[in-house]
Design a binder for this molecule. Structure first.
Ligand code: NAD
Length: 491
């Protein structure tokens, strides 16, 4: 099932735990299998950390804490930059590995190498710009000196859908800030993180600074790490329910937390939109990663005067999208990550149809091997349909309509989530009103892609707390401290 090139790559991927600069087995010898979702084949068998291993990884991070914090920012930045450069040299390996373990089409995996790599370059540059301030208090009696210090050892939990970018988006700012880390990659896609951490070792990141604990027992490994008083920061990307559980655990030690959680993005198309651009934006916002993105457009809310034309144009494009293994030429739609994801897409489509939605194309699971679902367009989606409330996480584009701007904004905000919204309009004033009225952390105004390493990615409401990327990204790993001293001229 796997080609020779694929086998050669898989043979080079480390499959152990990485603790204190050394690849090793789990202390009880446990392992778990990683599968190719497009075939079901086992790609690799990976060491499965237990609770003791998790705490050993934190021991290592704590041991390296002081020396890494004292490493000159320039040196920290240069190591990240070296990692960026080596990642570019090895971009084909990383792209192929992501396609194998996660299923995304190879061209998209290559795009993720670019996007994921940018966090290394961006935070290499930010490492030397950690500022502070010196000022006179309003009374004139003293001076305030504000400084920033690394928060301390951080525990980083990542999801399966962007195996490289979600790792670099956390590891790079943490290292730039001077924090050591323990990374727990998703059990469905640990291989990319393992290969990436080996690259960090190769460029010279010191022992103990980055530790990785792949595991099939995420909760059992994480609880004692989060409860350990030496841990100072928890950064999580994943679903909102797991985020809530982790926030509760983190509250015990009043940990600093960053939570990048689920989304339910509205995609608004106004009557004055350039419909061809809106269709192109819709395809990017909906079908990137086969719909398995927190930023995926979940609800297409289209003005009634252009809804039919939009539906017709988008259906034509969607019906022509080639489905297949991500390694095949021209494939636009890869597999979903597992059977449960396929069952969810089936359930959401069936519920919408039972309430009056019309299937314009697709609508069914594809027979195996592999866990594929046809790219689908639904129109006439009725209020109350589950597909408007749940994160679809699959290639289903669901269209409902609106008549007035107030109705559109109300529908867009009618969710507990607030990660990203998209809006297509040729009227700049309307665009500006949307910026003010939409409850969202990010807005794609006449674009279907918002992610960029230089921008503060993150959500409001139950989509999360904190930001990743941009100048804000490094602040998540820094403590602010001030020193007050008397006016030196009055002493
Ligand atoms: P998930 O919540 O099931 O798992 C995420 C990670 O948490 C995995 O590493 C998993 O092993 C771990 N985990 C699960 N239960 C845990 C527990 N009790 N204790 C500790 N760790 C635990 O999410 P997923 O299915 O991997 O990812 C998809 C979700 O992630 C979607 O909801 C998506 O919107 C969200 N996501 C958000 C962003 C963002 O930036 N906001 C980015 C990507 C994905």
């Amino acid at each position: 099932m796997t080609t020779t090139t694929e086998q050669e790559l898989l043979a080079r991927v480390p499959t152990g735990l990485f603790i204190d600069g050394r690849w090793q087995d789990a202390s009880d010898g446990a392992t778990f299998a990683v599968h190719d979702p497009s075939t079901g084949a086992v790609l690799a068998t990976v060491a499965s950390a237990n609770a003791t291993d998790g705490v050993r990884a934190l021991d290592a991070a704590d041991g390296a804490r002081a020396s890494w914090a004292a490493t000159p920012p320039r040196r920290r930045g240069e190591l990240l930059r070296a990692a960026f450069d080596l990642l570019q040299e090895r971009r084909d390996d990383f792209a192929l590995l992501m396609t194998l373990e996660m299923g995304k089409p190879l061209a998209e995996a290559s795009g993720e190498v670019t996007y994921g790599g940018e966090f290394l370059r961006w935070f290499a540059e930010e490492a030397v710009r950690i500022g502070g301030s010196y000022g006179t208090n309003p009374e004139g009696t003293g001076r305030t000196i504000v400084s920033h210090k690394p928060v301390g050892p951080a525990y980083l939990i990542t999801p399966w859908n962007f195996p490289l970018a979600m790792a670099t988006r956390k590891i790079a700012p943490a290292l730039a800030a001077g924090c050591t880390v323990v990374v727990k990659p998703a059990e469905l896609t640990p291989l990319t993180t393992l290969l990436f951490v080996d690259l960090l070792r190769e460029v010279g990141v010191p022992d103990g600074v980055v530790n990785v604990v792949p595991t099939a027992s995420a909760a059992a490994v994480s609880e004692p790490v989060i409860a350990d008083p030496r841990l100072r920061k928890l950064s999580f990307t994943g679903s909102t329910p797991v985020g809530r559980t982790l926030l509760a655990q983190a509250s015990q030690n009043v940990l600093r937390t960053s939570m990048e959680l689920g989304g339910n993005a509205p995609f608004l198309v106004f009557a004055d939109a350039d419909l061809d651009e809106a269709v192109t934006g819709a395809l990017a916002a909906k079908f990137r990663n086969t719909g398995q993105a927190c930023t995926a457009a979940n609800r297409f809310i289209v003005h009634q005067d252009v809804a039919e034309e939009f539906a017709r144009k988008v259906t034509e494009r969607v019906a022509a999208m080639p489905v297949g293994r991500g390694t095949e030429d021209g494939v636009a739609i890869g597999p979903l990550i597992d059977d449960r994801a396929v069952a969810k897409a089936e359930r959401l489509v069936a519920d919408a149809v039972s309430r009056g939605a019309v299937v314009r194309t697709g609508g069914h699971a594809v027979e195996g091997p592999g866990t594929f679902f046809e790219p689908t367009v639904l129109t006439d989606v009725q209020p109350g349909s589950e597909i408007l409330r749940d994160e679809i996480f699959g290639p289903v584009l669901a269209i409902s309509t609106f008549a007035t701007d107030d109705e559109a904004v109300h529908a867009a905000n009618d969710t507990e989530y607030g990660l990203v919204a998209y809006a297509f309009t040729e009227d700049p004033a309307r665009g500006q009103r949307l910026m003010e009225r939409l409850e969202t952390g990010m807005l794609g105004l006449n674009t279907g892609v918002v992610s960029n390493a230089s921008a503060p990615f993150g959500g409001v409401k139950q989509s999360g707390v904190g930001r990743e990327g941009g100048a804000e990204g490094i602040a998540e790993y820094l403590e602010t401290m001030y020193t007050l001293t008397p006016d030196p001229f009055r002493r």
